[in-house]
Design a protein around this ligand. Structure first.
Ligand code: SF4
Ligand code: SF4
Length: 369
């Protein structure tokens, strides 16, 4: 189902979602970046804003345009909405007789409609679905939040210089995994529904037929977005090549710059590493068991039996890249990179993982997914 929604009617989409009980979340300008926040009115969207990105660099600039989604991406993907950065998993309470009572702490979540999701972030969410066992086994914390989502994707018309989703096969247009996807044009949106609830919602909106001119404009915009992406990995499956070059001098070169700060893993929409810990009250009557994001760049992540397995930055960087682009294929049948470019932009020293991987692999990559 495909219809044209004029820009002047976009508020109706938000109104209908709110009427149906969804909390709406969408891109907002905050602290110099575009991040998700509560959304009630279209004026709260980043109208006319663009992002300028390159390795180690992110700036917003306002143009004279009136589009809502004329930027690439911000530091947040969907990950914080499904995999909380820190949450309590269970508590244990000691009663007066000395017995321990364990209490599950599954979060209460509200139906949430996310507006403005990029294709790469939907692909990343499907990778996290595999990891957290969405619909199969069964991380209840992830699954509750995941099930509560209604996704309104928006095709990317202005990729950043750091984007390479076309080479990973994940963008710039969304093809699956959403309820409604929008292609923004100057005067409105081509809206296509993929789910039943998306079709129901679209049927209620004041839309018109999509014209051949709309299709022509959307096609030209998509081609331009693809052409704008000049960065590409040497292949979609670099496992064999990376493991054939574990002693390549590039590993030491990149480790000489890497701060082991973990920014790249925090912003990466597919990274799922976490640690667990316990906080015990001083009187010993209650303890909480929590989970929080961790990073393979931290010393604690490879700590086993009083021994840090990866005690040098070079080993941590190599672990990250060989997992992300190599052994992820064994785990989940594809690379763990969706080409969003965030790890390049938000690396404080501007390490470019595409350049690094391509230097190590040369042209050895297997172009098949
Ligand atoms: S590895 Fe980098 S480019 Fe790939 S998905 Fe993660 S943050 Fe995005
Ligand atoms: S690659 Fe960059 S962001 Fe990642 S740990 Fe190293 S310095 Fe930090």
């Amino acid at each position: 189902m495909e219809r044209f929604l004029p820009t002047a009617q976009f508020q109706r989409l938000i109104n209908l979602l709110r009427r149906d009980g969804y909390d709406c979340v969408g891109p907002r300008v905050r602290d110099g970046a575009i991040v998700y926040g509560p959304l009630e009115r279209v004026e709260e969207l980043p109208v006319g804003w663009h992002d300028e990105q390159r390795p180690g660099h992110y700036r917003l600039a306002r143009g004279s345009g009136r589009r809502f989604f004329d930027w690439a991406n911000g530091p947040e993907a969907l990950k914080p909405l499904t995999f909380a950065s820190r949450e309590v998993l269970w508590t244990v309470v000691r009663d007066g007789q000395g017995s321990l009572r364990f209490c599950e702490e599954v979060p209460e979540v509200r139906p949430t409609a996310v507006i403005g999701v990029r294709a790469c972030d939907i692909a990343a969410m499907h990778l996290q679905d595999q990891h957290f066992g969405y619909r199969e086994y069964q991380d209840p914390y992830y699954n509750r939040r995941r099930r509560a989502l209604f996704l309104v994707a928006v095709d990317c018309a202005r990729p950043a210089s750091t984007c390479f989703c076309h080479s990973t096969g994940d963008g710039p247009a969304a093809h699956a995994g959403f309820d409604i996807a929008l292609t923004e044009l100057d005067d409105g949106f081509i809206a296509r529904a993929r789910s039943e609830r998306g079709r129901d919602l679209l049927a209620e909106l004041p839309t018109t037929e999509v014209t051949p001119d709309h299709h022509a404009a959307a096609g030209a915009q998509h081609d331009a977005a693809v052409a704008a992406q000049t960065r590409r990995l040497a292949g979609r499956n670099l496992k064999a090549s990376l493991f054939a070059h574990l002693d390549h001098p590039e590993w030491d070169a990149v480790a000489g710059r890497c701060l082991s700060c973990g920014n790249c893993t925090a912003v990466c929409p597919t990274c799922f590493c976490h640690s667990v810990g316990d906080t015990t009250e001083l009187d010993g009557r209650r303890s909480t068991h929590h989970r929080q994001w961790d990073s393979c760049f931290s010393a604690g992540h490879s700590y086993m039996h009083s021994f840090v397995v990866r005690d040098q930055t070079v080993l941590r960087y190599r672990q990250w890249l060989t997992h992300k682009l190599g052994t992820w294929h064994d785990q989940y049948g594809r690379s763990g990179c969706v080409g969003c470019g965030r790890c390049l932009t938000w690396c404080p020293v501007g390490i470019d993982m595409v350049e690094t991987a391509n230097r190590i692999c040369g042209g050895d990559g297997d172009a098949q997914p």
